[in-house]
Design a protein around this ligand. Structure first.
Ligand code: ADP
Ligand code: 5GP
Length: 199
């Protein structure tokens, strides 16, 4: 059975990275698609694990080579999903998780209508600000860009198939696992019917 293409988005600081890390550890057969970016690595981030950190020139070279499934300029830096072997891996039955912004997700909705689109939101805008400030990773300029686009970004969540509120990490992980289980059941319906009819 072909694996799912799962797209998770949400405003900066909502907890996408945290929730996706737990989800990846606790879910079988789920692999993370490592994005490329031109932003500077944060303390503790590892090239080839969190992101492929590229210069602007190297990123633009890859755009010319059509090496991305999608890319976008987010908060002043390039971010992109390497085409890599996403389709090969899905054809081998692996589920692939992309954690990308709304512009990239809307592109993928057009190109891959069989994707599963999940939008993660914070319990409130106040809590979003508390989380992003609490993370302590952003310059004043980057913090302002992220907070000022949050409200508008959250509204784009209405275009996604699913919205999950990240009030509590394990609640959010369980909800996403339930979505994946239901999507697998949906994917497998024809196969199950054919199998029964063969017997
Ligand atoms: P994003 O990847 O969406 O930008 P992060 O995963 O970096 O967000 O989370 C932002 C901050 O919020 C981190 O400090 C993280 O520990 C914290 N956080 C994430 N989820 C929750 C939650 N459910 N409750 C409280 N804090 C959380
Ligand atoms: P951050 O700098 O906080 O790691 O990410 C900033 C934003 O870029 C987040 O909304 C994140 O989901 C998004 N992002 C990360 N990788 C990609 C990608 O490959 N493509 C797109 N379009 N957005 C991405």
């Amino acid at each position: 059975m072909k694996g799912l293409l799962i797209v998770v988005s949400g405003p900066s600081g909502t907890g996408k990275g945290t929730v996706c890390d737990v989800l990846l550890k606790e879910t079988k057969n789920l692999a993370y698609s490592i994005s490329a970016t031109t932003r500077q690595p944060r303390a503790g981030e590892v090239d080839g694990k969190n992101y492929y950190f590229l210069t602007k020139d190297a990123f633009e070279e890859k755009i010319r080579e059509n090496a991305f499934l999608e890319y976008a300029n987010v908060y002043g830096n390039y971010y992109g999903t390497p085409l890599g072997h996403i389709e090969d891996r899905r054809n081998r039955g692996e589920d692939i998780l992309l954690e990308i912004d709304t512009q990239g997700a809307l592109n993928i909705m057009e190109r891959c209508p069989d994707g599963v689109f999940i939008f993660l939101i914070p319990p409130s805008l106040q809590e979003l600000e508390r989380r992003i400030r609490g993370r302590g990773t952003e310059s004043q300029d980057s913090l302002e860009k992220r907070l000022s686009s949050a409200e508008q970004e959250i509204r784009i969540g209405k275009k996604y198939q699913y919205v999950v509120v990240n009030d509590d990490i394990s609640n959010a992980v369980h909800q996403i696992q339930a979505i994946l289980l239901a999507e697998h059941c949906r994917n497998e319906k024809e196969y199950k019917i054919e199998e029964v009819l063969k017997k």
